[in-house]
Every structure is written in structure tokens, then in C-alpha cells.
Design a protein around this ligand. Structure first.
Ligand code: GAP
Length: 477
């Protein structure tokens, strides 16, 4: 179901027709990511482990920059949002109360011949089925579904809980079972009152959190799109019931869409999609996904959810602690409602990476460019000596890099000829290159080359820091 029943939500850029993906073949990105050190398969020397990926030197910079940009827009620039870093392991009652133990599951079918397992709702021909239909015992036979790999027969669906279990303490018994959190949100709910009191916040206010979550996904895949270990960036706004939630929803959905656009994602490849009532998660009263046109179709990038008082009421009832709020201005006591904007750090970084990718012909040669926003680019500046055998050039280039790296990530490279060095930096998204040449020894100036226009400008060495800080400030959304 695609949006926009609610006219108060501005969805500029929501495309009415299907958009072309930035990259037709996902393998192009997977291969660049590995070759240039953005993302590696986990534990590769042992054959890898499904659905876990490691971030290499450039990937960790990119993902840190994504998380920093999110934090700045969500926490730093807002007086009504504060941060939290709750533990991954929580009291197991949290997950019983939240409904995850009972309801956080996907419909699983298994091939009786090859034993492969599938998420029923991802098999061809199941697109239009409602969750209730997906749970029907005869759905597989009624639709004539078979194993996509070997055409063997499939079992009837059963619910498969996505939470990872482990044991706390030295004894592996039922009483010691705890879970790896499947979302960061619960940390904000169970710490809601501590945070509100300590930060002296009045409703409405928000708690933001960035951290790892774990889901034992039945069918992970599409590179880092769906993993079993991943990182979330979640904002929970605690608001007045009903109209406070409507206002927060209408504020945050367009704000979140804008955030992706401001950091360079093409508006044509972004849209908002409202969940049908029978598609809503167990906690949600309303949900709209921010979706991106990935090479494998329109998929969720982030979810904006109105969770009502589901979480706080249930935690209050189960724990016996009051989580209600007394509003002195109206003299009313109520349980705050929650509106969340739940994003994935990996999915966001992946999206920025794909959307930034372009190939172009320059003087009959293919140039690959990652047109990343300067704030997201792993390195802001590369410092390249024209002649690596000239000690004076090399020494000045190192001195420049060392100076700049106090302010932002800068890299030195002299392992190829200058043309090749420029191309390498284009391919990893470095917005500016500095070339230290023989003239630099005379005029104490260097050539600065712009990644996108490829224009070059002579800038004095003394001015470089201010020059780049000015450019970074100007690019900031
Ligand atoms: N607290 C609500 C919540 O967790 P969600 O829609 O299940 O909502 C929020 O998850 C975001 O977390 C998703 O939009 C996605 O960006 C990210 N995410 C969820 N599962 C993921 C997975 N298996 N791999 C990578 N990212 C995932």
C-alpha cells in the first residue's frame, strides 16, 4: 500500500512511477566494497558465516560518519532529545513484556527434500498474502508452492522466533536464558523514567540510541541489507496521547526523508509506504516505511511507527513501577505514547554507498566515482606527492596530512602515478585531492583537485586547513 492518505505529510519526491536503481548489478558494489576495504565477509578464512559482515578501514569510517550525521541531526541539534547507550543484554522479562518472545517471528517453511528453509512471505507468488493467510496451514498446497532450489515439496508454515538466545552465568539451564536484543528501542522504554528525571525533560521529549541488534533472520541476504548482527539508530519520542503522537509522526516522517536527501540520496529513489492494518507489527498503531529503490527492488530503509502506549503501559504493569507522567500545566496524569523513527546504520551506509556510485567516460576512459557527501566520505582529503623520489615533496606532503588530520580524516598515498592516484580516490569518494609538486617548494602552494568537477585550484599551504573546513561547513545540511 503506498502512502499518502494523510495530506499533512509532505512527501516531496515520492515517486509515482518506479525509479531506476543507481546500480543495476549489486555485485558491482559488493566487489568494490571488498576490493577497496569497505566491507568484508566475516570469518572468511574459515569459509565465512552467513549474514555477518565486517567493516574494513573505509567502511568503518563511512559507517561512523553516518552514525555521527544521524546523531547530530537527532540529538545535538535538538533541545528535546537526549542520548542513551543501554546494554545489549537485558532482563529476559523485558522481551516477554514487549511481546517479542510471543510475537517476534516470521513464517518459516522447509523443503522436505533439500532441507533448505525459506521465509514464506518471500517466496514467489506470496506478495499479496496477508499475515493471516500466510499462517494458514494449507497455504503451501493451495498455492502450489515448491522449493525454489530443488522443486521439492515444502512443509506447512510455522512461526519462527527471530531472537537469539544465550545463557547468563555459568549454568546452561532454562532459568539462565537471556536474549540478544532484537531492537534498541526497549532500552529507551525501560530507562524512560530515569532519563526523564535525570535530564529534567518534560513530555514531549525523545531518547536516541545507536547500537547493535541481533535477529536470527530466516532469509538474510542482499549483502548488508539483511544481516543477523546489525546496528540500529533509533529515536523514541515520548509524547502526549493521541494528538501528540499524530503531531510527532507528521513531524518526523518528512524530517527523516529529508535527512537521506540532504546527504545525497536521489529523491526519485526514496518513497514512503504505509503499512496495511494487517501488516502492522504487534506494537504499532500506525507505521510508514521510508523505502529506497535498491537494485533488488523497493525495500525498507527506516520505519516510523506510532506505538501508542503499548510499551510503557506493559512495562509499568509487569514491573509494578509507575511510568506515567504528571503534566503540571494541565494537571493531567497519563502514560506517554511513543513515536519512533527506527533506522539501520548498515542499511543507511549501504544506501549512501549505492546511491553515490557512478561511472562516466573521461577522455575515453571509464572513471568510477563515489559521489559521497563530504561529511560521509571516509577520507575528506588525500595528499599526493607528484614525485615520490623527491624527499622534499614527500616530507611536505606528510606534514600537510599530519596537520589536516587533526581536524578530519586525511590520507597520504604515493604508490602510483598521480593520474592513477586521483582515480583511486574518486572510487572511494574522497572529495578533494592535494597534489604536492615541484613548484610547491617555491611558492608554498599546492594544487587542490575537486572530485566531482575535476577542476584544480592553487591554494597556499598555510590556508589549507581553513579552506577545507570552510568547504565542509558549507556542504553541511
Ligand atoms: N524498534 C523498531 C524496529 O526495530 P524495524 O523496522 O524492525 O523496527 C528498524 O527495524 C530498522 O532496523 C530497519 O528499518 C532497518 O534499517 C534496520 N534493520 C532491521 N532488521 C535488520 C537486519 N536484519 N539487517 C540490517 N538492518 C536491519
Amino acid at each position: 500500500m503506498s502512502i499518502t492518505a494523510d495530506p499533512s505529510i509532505t512527501l516531496a519526491g515520492t515517486p509515482s512511477v518506479d525509479a531506476t536503481p543507481a546500480v543495476a548489478d549489486l555485485d558491482v558494489i559488493v566487489s568494490l566494497a571488498k576490493r577497496r576495504g569497505f566491507v568484508f565477509p566475516s570469518s572468511e578464512i574459515y569459509g565465512g558465516i552467513n549474514a555477518v559482515w565486517d567493516y574494513g578501514p573505509l567502511g568503518v569510517e563511512l559507517k561512523n560518519n553516518v552514525k555521527r550525521a544521524w546523531w547530530r541531526s537527532i540529538v545535538q541539534e535538538r533541545n528535546d532529545v537526549v542520548g542513551l547507550d543501554a546494554g545489549i543484554l537485558m532482563h529476559p522479562q523485558v522481551w516477554r513484556t514487549s511481546g517479542h518472545v510471543g510475537s517476534f517471528s516470521d513464517p518459516l517453511v522447509e523443503c522436505t527434500a533439500c532441507k533448505r528453509r525459506y521465509r514464506l512471505d518471500e517466496l514467489p507468488g506470496t506478495d499479496s498474502l496477508t499475515p493471516l493467510q500466510l499462517a494458514e496451514a494449507d497455504v503451501v498446497t493451495r498455492l502450489g508452492l515448491v522449493c525454489p532450489d530443488c522443486e521439492g515439496s515444502l512443509t506447512a508454515p510455522r512461526r519462527f522466533n527471530l531472537m537469539f538466545k544465550t545463557f547468563m552465568g555459568p549454568v546452561e539451564e532454562d532459568a539462565a536464558v537471556i536474549y540478544l536484543r532484537p531492537e534498541t528501542a526497549q532500552g529507551a522504554y525501560v530507562q524512560h523514567k530515569n532519563v526523564r528525571d535525570a535530564a529534567r525533560k518534560k513530555i514531549p521529549f525523545g531518547i536516541a540510541q545507536v547500537g547493535k541488534s541481533f535477529r536470527n533472520e530466516i532469509s538474510p541476504g542482499n549483502f548488508v541489507f539483511r544481516m543477523r548482527e546489525f546496528e540500529q539508530m533509533e529515536l523514541q519520542m515520548f509524547v502526549r496521547p493521541e494528538e501528540g503522537a499524530t503531531a510527532a509522526f507528521d513531524e518526523w516522517l518528512p524530517r527523516r526523508l529529508e535527512w537521506y536527501k540532504a546527504y545525497g540520496v536521489s529523491p526519485a529513489r526514496l518513497r514512503a509506504r504505509e503499512h496495511a492494518p494487517d501488516e502492522l507489527a504487534h506494537y504499532a498503531k500506525r507505521a510508514i516505511d521510508v523505502e529506497y529503490r535498491f537494485p533488488f527492488g523497493w525495500k525498507e530503509l527506516e520505519g516510523v511507527h506510532n506505538r501508542g502506549d503499548f510499551d510503557l503501559s506493559r512495562h509499568a504493569a509487569e514491573s509494578g513501577e509507575s511510568l506515567s507522567y504528571f503534566d503540571p500545566s494541565t494537571e493531567q496524569t497519563f502514560t506517554p505514547w511513543v513515536v519512533e523513527a527506527a533506522a539501520g546504520a548498515d542499511r543507511a551506509a549501504f544506501t549512501f554507498l549505492i546511491d553515490a556510485y557512478r561511472e562516466e567516460m573521461v577522455r575515453d576512459e571509464k572513471r568510477v566515482v563515489l559521489g559521497l557527501h563530504p561529511e560521509l566520505a571516509p577520507y575528506k582529503v588525500a595528499v599526493l606527492p607528484l614525485l615520490k623520489k623527491r624527499d622534499d615533496l614527500v616530507e611536505l606532503a606528510h606534514r600537510i596530512r599530519n596537520g589536516l588530520s587533526r581536524e578530519f580524516a586525511a590520507v597520504y598515498d604515493d604508490t602510483a602515478a598521480i593520474g592513477k592516484l586521483y582515480r583511486r580516490q574518486d572510487e572511494i569518494g574522497t572529495p578533494w585531492c592535494i597534489c604536492v609538486d615541484v613548484e610547491s617548494m617555491e611558492d608554498r602552494a599546492v594544487t587542490v583537485r575537486d572530485r566531482d568537477s575535476m577542476e584544480q585550484e592553487r591554494v597556499s599551504v598555510d590556508r589549507l586547513e581553513d579552506y577545507f573546513l570552510g568547504k565542509l561547513r558549507a556542504a553541511r545540511p
